[in-house]
Ligand binder design. Structure first.
Ligand code: HAM
Length: 436
């Protein structure tokens, strides 16, 4: 938006800048490593897709699709939308590339920007970033709800949750809390929804306008309400756990058993329903500290049948997405950012004769992987040290005409002010040792 001729990033979007982007890269690198150890490969789907894909997958009545998408008519008059999430895209890609012929399950992860037109606040943006993973498995005929497949599904659920928890543990994220629930399946959930609706109708006039509306549209979402005045009423409502069919109940019990085997701590939350329509059975959310009201850093669950809804064959699915912005916020709040990493070496050269050796030294150091700042014009000694300090350099390498003549360079450790004289070979040796 232009104000007085100046441009600003659009509301709800922001620039990610150094040194924070260093932390973003570290987080993403860690995700690649951890997910790689679980056998996941990366998928990079496009950032816009047909609007209808999200409407069908996420649900036309959800807030995400009905209010928050950035949609526009393309020139051929088809409606396209910036992706508000990526599960729909991954399922579309699974169908489009016939991934059902690959070894099953197919395990994919992704990272990148998502777009939702929400009211911006701390931890909530209109362009935000997710790191997500999905496990898809084409169903063999007649196998869908056998005891064996129920326990296999539970194992997949538990492993996916274990993976995201391992990732958070590796990042030393603080205050991580996992909540899980089962929201049933096509067979048992409708009965629960009916029971819920009829109870809600009895207390309708004690509910706020949002919840009143949801009695008709989606009574499950009433359980999500944060309204203080509704909490007592909600606590007395029927619980999904009492309505699960035998298969769902068995699967949920097995997920919990397997989480325990994997030493993953969890809390059950019968009110955890999630805001996207594609879920069934296992759902989960993870919160972390330092985030205020937007404290969910990860949400996910099982979505058997979604691929079929999008035109593919019967396929099981489970996945999650982490809000990377929130993850980074939480790490920074806990002082685990390690983001302010400066340069390793500031190369303070002085005198005409020192310039070329300085250029060559910078080249050698950079080839060895050090971060080097090489001033492009000569600087006075005091200014050079001031600059080295400002950019957070660990060492100043001082190269004057004396040093050039003697072949001995002066290395100053900026933290304690100590100095030593070293040949170029000794210098490299010393820096490598310090790095290790
Ligand atoms: P979701 O719960 O809508 O799920 O989003 C997952 C996470 O993305 C949230 O827990 C939050 O951390 C982050 N997030 C969502 N909206 C925003 C926002 N406006 N600003 C910042 N962060 C945000 C999904 O998107 C599903 N596709 C997850 C999934 C994958 N389920 C199965 N597979």
């Amino acid at each position: 938006m232009a104000t007085k001729g100046k441009f600003q990033a659009i509301k709800g979007t922001r620039d990610l800048l150094p040194p924070e982007t260093e932390l973003w890269n570290r987080v993403e690198q860690t995700a690649r490593e951890v997910f790689g150890t679980f056998g996941f490969g990366e998928i990079r789907p496009p950032i816009f897709e047909p609007t209808e894909l999200f409407a069908r997958a996420v649900g036309g009545e959800t807030d995400i699709v009905s209010k928050e998408m950035y949609s526009f008519e393309d020139r051929d008059e088809s409606s396209v939308s910036l992706r508000p999430e990526a599960t729909a895209s991954v399922c579309r890609a699974y169908i489009e590339h016939n991934m059902h012929v690959l070894a099953q399950p197919v395990k994919l992860y992704y990272m990148g920007p998502m777009f939702r037109r929400e009211r911006p606040q701390k931890g909530r943006y209109r362009q935000f970033y997710q790191i997500g993973a999905e496990v898809l498995e084409a169903q063999q005929q007649g196998q869908s709800d056998s005891a064996k497949s129920t326990s296999k599904d539970a194992a997949v659920d538990a492993e996916v949750i274990e993976m995201v928890m391992a990732f958070f543990a590796k990042l030393e994220l603080d205050g991580v809390q996992l909540e899980i629930n089962s929201i049933g399946c096509r067979a048992c959930r409708p009965k629960y929804v009916e029971a819920l609706r009829s109870e809600l109708l009895k207390v309708k006039d004690r509910l706020g306008p949002d919840s009143q509306r949801r009695i008709d549209t989606n009574p499950l979402r009433v359980l999500d309400s944060k309204l203080e005045s509704e909490q007592e009423i909600i606590a007395g409502l029927p619980r999904i756990g009492d309505y699960l069919c035998e298969t769902c109940a068995k699967q949920y019990a097995e997920v919990k058993r397997q989480l325990a085997v994997r030493e993953v701590a969890y809390k059950e939350n019968w009110r955890l329903v999630r805001g996207l329509d594609y879920y069934m059975r296992t759902t989960f959310e993870i919160t972390a500290s330092g985030l205020g009201s937007q404290n969910a850093v990860c949400g996910g669950g099982r979505y058997d049948g979604l691929v079929e809804i999008l035109g593919g064959m019967p396929t099981k699915g489970i996945g999650f997405a982490i809000g990377e912005d929130r993850l980074i916020l939480s790490l920074l709040e806990a002082g685990k950012g390690d983001a302010a990493k400066g340069r390793d070496v500031y190369l303070a050269w002085m005198g005409e004769k020192a310039q070329d050796p300085a250029i060559r030294a910078a080249r050698a150091l950079r080839q060895a992987g050090f971060r080097v700042e090489l001033p492009l014009v000569e600087q006075k000694f005091g200014k050079a040290l001031g600059q080295a300090d400002k950019i957070g350099a660990r060492y100043a390498l001082i190269l004057g005409e004396d040093e050039v003549a003697s072949g001995q360079w002066t290395l100053k450790t900026l933290g304690d002010g100590t100095q030593q004289n070293l040949t170029e070979a000794q210098l490299l040796e010393f820096l490598k040792k310090q790095r290790a």
